[in-house]
Design a protein around this ligand. Structure first.
Ligand code: ADP
Ligand code: MG
Length: 282
């Protein structure tokens, strides 16, 4: 099922690690497929490849050993020779994605990442950050939603994510130094907008990911202080905060490892997902 106007592309970003970007990207993709019955493409722009591993599980190793294409090949623009080809070959929408799940007419697919991604790009003369946007525009018009998981450091890949995105989603963990990456992110978006005046990119909002054990008191004074900081920084930048927080749950690491034996209050992710999908009109 395709959205009338083509897919809506969202990058999940915070220039701070460990705030839940990959977890949230993983779960949003699955919620969109399963509960919103949407056709979804996930893109992993982090060389650490957490999103790829969380969605592909065991087949991630097969992807590595059989040298299936990844974002590395997408940016390079070709698939290098393999055991079954005599030379470089072109990439198509089908060759570069791995299908995770199909439900009816909808699929969840991923363009996976590989650990050599950053080396590979540093080695290239000057990777073009528009390659991804161009490839998506040409090959994935039929998707409803495209979710891009970003690395925590600003690089040419952040630019590539911006070029491909209409919206930015910012996960935050309510802890000391929670907002340390905000000014940097705001600066980076401002400079992107200045250089790309024909491109509309908006922050859809900040989602509070309460990823620490709260001792039964909802995080206590430290969390409250952090939330205060987040609110005032968000106000300065004109970013809204989603009403639904994502609670701490041991279920999240389990689910991303493919273990569904215990979900606990990870099921509460759905409240945020619904608020987010409603807001973006999915
Ligand atoms: N709400 C949560 N409750 C419990 N653990 C979480 C939660 N969100 C994330 N985590 C865990 O925290 C770690 C970092 O999350 P991750 O999504 O990889 O962050 P990022 O992509 O921002 O670096 C992972 O081990 C993940 O399973
Ligand atoms: Mg990550």
């Amino acid at each position: 099922m395709a959205r009338k106007d083509g897919p809506i592309t969202v990058c999940v970003i915070n220039l701070k690690g460990g705030v839940g970007k990959s977890t949230i990207a993983t779960l949003l993709c699955r919620e969109a497929l399963i509960n919103r019955k949407k056709d979804v493409l996930a893109i992993d722009l982090d060389p650490q490849a957490n999103l790829s591993q969380a969605l592909m599980h065991y087949s991630y190793n097969q992807f590595l050993s059989e040298q299936w294409p990844s974002v590395v090949e997408l940016f390079n623009g070709y698939q290098p020779p393999s055991a079954s080809t005599g030379g470089p070959t072109g990439l198509t929408n089908n060759s570069v994605v791995q299908t995770i799940t199909t439900i009816g007419d909808n699929t969840l697919q991923i363009i996976p990442s590989r650990f050599d991604f950053s080396d590979n790009l540093i080695d290239s003369a000057r990777p073009d950050p528009r390659v991804l946007a161009r490839f998506l525009a040409k090959n994935f018009k039929k998707k409803d939603l495209i979710i891009i998981d970003c690395a925590p450091t600003e690089s040419i890949l952040t630019r590539a994510a911006y070029h491909a995105s209409r919206l930015v989603l910012i996960p935050v963990k309510p802890e000391y130094f929670a907002t340390i990456g905000f000014p940097l992110l705001q600066e980076s978006l401002t400079s992107f907008r200045k250089q790309n005046r024909g491109h509309r990119i908006d922050v859809s909002g900040i989602v509070i990911n309460n990823a620490f054990y709260d001792g039964g008191n909802n995080g206590g004074p430290e969390k409250k202080r952090a939330l205060g900081d987040i609110e005032s920084e968000a106000l300065i930048n004109g970013w809204r905060i989603f009403n639904n927080e994502i609670p701490f749950s041991r279920g999240f690491p389990k689910i991303t490892r493919g273990d569904h034996s215990y979900t606990g209050n990870a099921v509460m992710f759905r409240y945020f997902a619904n608020e987010f999908f409603d807001q973006i009109g999915l």
